[in-house]
Design a protein around this ligand. Structure first.
Ligand code: PLP
Length: 453
């Protein structure tokens, strides 16, 4: 029988690890950028063949053709969307997770990993002020985190309605249109309806507006409220305290989406913005955004994990041996069964550096953001749209239209100088810095702003 050749494996492993080592220690990092399909077709050609290319050729293809056709999201002047800038320890440990064939779905199979992941989750949960009994799981991203939490919210609300015999079958979610696009998408997956709440003049969801929406549409039709602690476009933190109060009044599930901004919980200078988060029934934060972990990692935490277990546990004869145990099985708390222990890179980096280093790193990105806002205010050709609450700043170049922004973006990327894309808000094209990389400096900010003069 044909099998994989063990001697050749050895060489391939060395090649992969030495490439990984080189990339992990690379400084400076090239920005790189996408190529056309035609280019890749001619440069890389057909890479999957019956005989195989062998490790030398395959690695060469990756190193010289495929990798350079991917943007480095950890480049200090990659400020678009939300960058991903893992610590070297976290990124390196991702290699270990891949190498270790750990099944992260159950205690029986992955106890050590689950124990470590749970300590990382505990740190986040404690920052939010959730009770000792809170717990959850690391899922691939904020989208899956939001979906998993909302499924639990609906499951719980319908069980309550059944028990009360009201005949209600809640199907609505209240959220503002500043909530992340994934909320609307995941509501569609659930066949739920998102009911829009007006924002205040600070672009926040507030208790008063929430109450109006609930009353106008019938509170019994709702099963959850989604508040955002750090909107993606502006970094706005909703008024969580007043929203939580209204949720309590109506017995509604409060889900707080902190996929981007949740890391701000660790930063003393902005912690007050999150007051009220301690009342959340569920909460997410993506360590792959502002907590210096590699893709793909979202921490999903429930106030009462038992409610999540009731909604998500998969039942089957071949799973009984796990399901019937009293142990903590991460797979029971989200969509999905098989699970990579994707919280381990964050855990390792936290264990190495300690949480104080995280606080400092988050504060340093906030400081660079405040510097950027000041510089924008100082330059007569620029204007901030809103003062940043967190580490996102949106601004306009006076006199520019959509084509000017796009041409500027293309030029900066073409020169591999920076990656900053336009955004739109209320019909206007603008641009935006998202600063979550501790290696992004004030000099980087100035250098980019200079190119807009
Ligand atoms: C990024 C983001 C999401 C989606 O997270 P993914 O990890 O990209 O799936 C959800 N909500 C907010 C506020 C985000 O910024």
């Amino acid at each position: 029988m044909h099998s994989f050749d063990k001697d050749a494996d050895h060489v391939a492993v060395d090649k992969v690890l030495s490439y990984a080592r080189e990339r992990l220690l690379m400084d400076p990092i090239p920005l790189d950028g996408a190529q056309t399909e035609d280019y890749l077709q001619s440069a890389a050609g057909q890479t999957i063949t019956p005989e195989g290319l062998g490790s030398t050729r395959a690695m060469e293809l990756f190193e010289h053709t495929l990798a350079p056709a991917c943007l480095s999201t950890d480049h200090p002047r990659y400020l678009s969307f939300i960058p991903c800038a893992p610590t070297r320890e976290a990124a390196a440990f991702d290699v270990v997770v891949g190498a270790s064939s750990i099944y992260g779905g159950s205690w029986m199979e992955g106890a050590g990993a689950v124990y470590a992941e749970n300590q990382a989750l505990r740190w986040i949960s404690d920052l939010a002020g959730l009770p000792e009994s809170a717990g959850g799981v690391f899922v691939p991203g904020g989208t899956v985190g939001n979906l998993s939490a909302l499924v639990v919210a609906r499951h719980t609300a319908r069980a309550k309605a059944r028990q009360a015999g009201t005949g209600a079958r809640p199907y609505r979610i209240a959220a503002t249109d500043n909530a992340h696009s994934s909320v609307v998408s995941m509501a569609a997956v659930m066949d739920a309806e998102v009911c829009g709440v007006h924002v205040d003049d600070q672009l926040r969801l507030t208790g008063d507006e929430l109450r109006k929406t609930l009353e106008e549409n019938g509170p019994e039709t709702f099963f959850a409220v989604v508040a955002t602690s750090g909107t993606t476009n502006f970094g706005v933190v909703d008024d969580l305290a007043s929203v939580a109060e209204v949720c309590r009044e109506y017995g509604l599930w409060l889900h707080v989406d902190g996929a981007y901004g949740g890391a701000g919980l660790a930063a003393p200078s902005v912690r007050y913005l999150f007051d009220g988060i301690e009342h959340a029934d569920s909460f997410i934060v993506d360590p792959h955004k502002w907590l210096f972990a590699p893709f793909d990692c979202c921490a999903l935490i429930y106030r009462e994990p038992e409610l999540a277990r009731l909604a998500h546990t998969q039942e089957a004869g071949y799973l009984d041996v796990i399901t019937k145990s009293a142990e903590w099985n991460p797979t029971d708390y989200s969509i999905g069964l098989t699970r990579r222990a994707r919280g381990l890179p964050l855990w390792y980096s936290l264990a190495v550096h300690g949480t104080d280093a995280y606080v400092e790193a988050i504060e340093s990105t906030l400081e660079v953001t405040r510097f950027a806002a000041d510089e924008i205010g100082r330059r007569d050709y620029l204007e901030a749209v809103r003062e940043p609450d967190l580490s996102v700043v949106v601004f306009r170049r006076l006199g520019w239209g959509p084509e000017d922004y796009q041409a500027w973006t293309d030029r900066l990327l073409g020169e591999e100088f920076a990656f900053v894309v336009p955004t739109t808000f209320r019909g206007e094209t603008l641009t935006r810095f998202a600063i979550v990389n501790p290696h992004t400096t004030k000099e980087d900010v100035n250098a980019i702003l200079d190119t807009m003069a």
